[in-house]
Design a protein around this ligand. Structure first.
Ligand code: ADP
Ligand code: MG
Length: 266
């Protein structure tokens, strides 16, 4: 029943015999051991269930490397109120600026807090939705992807979306709209979503939902991956890839946070 407590039982008895601790302290030690191991196991299982493979943490993020990023905004997100409010967090920026790292770290915080999390790339989500549609199980698949209280969709914009993929993703986004939180990462500005999804009508409908209750965080810096090789990277690659500002919010909702930055102007 209490495997970890049993494991440390002998050692604990020895400490009582040697007068290091009394019975109450021993009991306390045993329970703390057991609960810590259980908690660690719960977190480990939940991280696996969420398909969080590379574990990144906020503590492991060097904010001084990304001065354009407001540390306090990220730490505020780590309080996870955006999950209760079913908001959408957009992490935008060029490759290597820490978007996936931050999305993963926030997902890890959510798992630790006992929230259900699912993590996937856009390409994998669309593949799974397309397969479900072919099998006649699209509704079930969407319902399943709506169960997690946080869905992280990584890598929007790297790969072209397959025909019909935008439509499938829209059905998922629409099902989660105002019900479940999402974190999206993208290296492309919202103005380019028509191109990313190969369909401006679907892109507009997606952005309509995804910018309504939204927090937009734009990272302007250079790639952490290339930091040691900056001198080898040509200037046009090294210089900050600009992200176009999103279209002005349309019929609904409050403005989605800090959208414009000095860099956007050119
Ligand atoms: P992106 O998703 O924006 O392309 P990643 O989050 O995958 O970039 O970051 C690339 C690599 O660099 C990862 O291993 C990540 O952990 C690391 N990394 C990025 N930014 C930072 C940072 N500011 N501090 C520490 N590690 C970072
Ligand atoms: Mg990434």
């Amino acid at each position: 029943m209490m495997p970890r407590a049993l494991e440390v039982l002998d050692a604990t008895f020895r400490r009582i015999e040697q007068g290091e601790i009394d019975g109450i302290e021993a009991l306390d030690t045993l329970l703390v051991e057991e609960l810590t191991v259980r908690e660690n196991r719960r977190v480990k299982t939940a991280l696996m269930m969420a398909r969080l493979t590379a574990i990144k943490t906020l503590a492991g993020f060097d904010f001084s490397f990304q001065p354009s990023l407001d540390r306090n905004r990220i730490l505020a997100l780590a309080e996870l109120k955006f999950i209760d409010r079913a908001e959408v967090v957009h992490l935008l920026g060029p490759p290597g600026t820490g978007k996936s790292h931050l999305a993963t770290a926030l997902a890890v915080e959510a798992v630790k807090a006992g929230r259900s999390v699912a993590f996937s790339t856009l390409a994998d989500i669309i593949t799974s939705l397309a397969k479900a549609e072919k099998d006649g199980t699209l509704r079930e698949r969407i319902r399943y992807l709506c169960r997690a209280s946080l869905l992280v969709v990584d890598e929007i914009g790297y790969l072209p979306v397959v025909p019909g993929g935008g439509n499938l993703f829209f059905q998922l986004v629409n099902a989660r709209y105002e019900k479940g939180a999402m974190i999206l990462t993208s290296n492309r500005g919202f103005a380019e979503w028509g191109e990313v999804f190969g369909d401006p009508v679907v892109a507009t409908a997606l952005l309509d939902r995804l910018l309504h209750h939204a927090v937009v965080i734009q990272i302007e810096g250079s790639s952490y991956r290339l930091r040691q090789h900056a001198d080898l990277v040509p200037e046009h690659v090294r210089s900050k890839a600009l992200i176009n500002p999103p279209p002005a919010p349309k019929r609904r909702g409050r403005p989605p946070g800090r959208l414009q930055t000095d860099q956007d102007a050119g």
